[in-house]
Write a protein that binds this ligand. Sequence first.
Ligand code: C2E
Ligand code: CA
Ligand code: CA
Length: 418
Amino acid sequence: MPGNALQAALDKALRNLLRVREHAPDRRVEVALLLIRLHGLDEFSVRAGGAASELLAAEFLDRVRGAMREQDEVISIEPRTCAVILKGIRNREHVKLAVSKLERACGATVELLDDRLTMRTTTGVAITSPKHATASALFRSAAEGMKQAHKRNMSHGYGDRTRDEPAIDKDRIARQISDGLNAGEFEMYFQPKVSAAYRNIIGAESLIRWHHSEQRVVGPNEFIPIAEAFGHIGELTFFAMKTSIAQAARWPGELTIAINIPPSVLKQRDLAVSLGDMLSIHNLPAERVTIEITESELMADPDAAKAAIVRMREIGVRFALDDFGTGYSSLAYLQELPIDELKIDRAFVARLQDDDAVIRSVLGLARNFGLKVVAEGVETDAQAKHLRELGCDYLQGYLFGRPAPPVEFRGLLEKRVR
Ligand code: C2E
Ligand code: CA
Ligand code: CA
């Protein structure tokens, strides 16, 4: 729980809540906590200077204050994060209303010195329940809501959702992952990456799919987190690496393959050896392999991740920072990381038409550090043109091809290469 001010204010609000409940036991009253984070302050500071970024942080706080009712309390935690305590909440709709009001206020264009920009924020929401009301639980829940929002590319998320949703049987799924691997239910799909200038295919990213025996095809967002939690992520990643390398070795020319590897696996000491073996078995040059690691996961333990990257680079593979822009890595830290490529998260590509400031600043950053930039989630021709004009090197998205099984991907290569 950061900040005594927040702790004290929450404690007070919760004490009042208990008092109100005592007096009116049959009326439902709750307190909600919103944690709001402003994105892109670092980048903006690089582009426009420290003074301008202070103005932006102040404007952010003003807008949050302006959107809230008099009885709500706004507490600044640090320049890019603030908390709001909503009191006398009757139901969830009440909170939803507050969040949408807040997002409208923050979303309006800011005119600052010579700059026009749109603020981007993420809000984590937590609401007390009739039985449950402690400051630290509320804070954890709001932080969890923010994390979920990031994961799902949403502007806000509720940290207490799990209580309303039917529990998924994670144990069962974890067992099925192991069985599924043995039964050959997993398959790697491949999605083309093209050059922004000529739109020729320069490689692919491999994305895992589960042809579940009882159900439809299950997407990785549903099972990767469970695999991580239950210790199956190593097996799955080995499968992904082996299959991806075997496929890439069959492709013509210099096509590259990008493989997603979570830090927990990257940290394994013998991974470099295993990867080296796989490359030599299939006779694939290491420079044709890019390992994608997500910015937010990397930032969870930056030093360990950096050490692992340094180790892996010795065999000659390249590194890309995935979902870039969502993980709050500091500029100083980025400078130290031995990586080759930034992959701009598709949330920014989706907003391109209204606001290209984030992508512009990422490209400026990348140029400074000599990194290539990939934009993901490119769905329209207009987006592709815009990204090329801004100076992106590579593009990936449904416009150029959906993730496809190996045979289909090779068909696409034949069509596009000949
Ligand atoms: P990611 O690495 O960011 O992968 C890109 C995701 O965006 C893929 O979702 C892809 O299908 C989707 N996508 C691509 N183009 C477009 C587009 O134009 N529009 C939209 N709306 N979506 C697009 P997918 O395959 O469901 O994978 C989700 C996430 O699961 C991946 O995000 C990655 O973090 C993880 N994942 C996938 N395969 C693996 C794997 O083999 N190992 C590990 N550790 N994680 C994986
Ligand atoms: Ca990826
Ligand atoms: Ca990504």
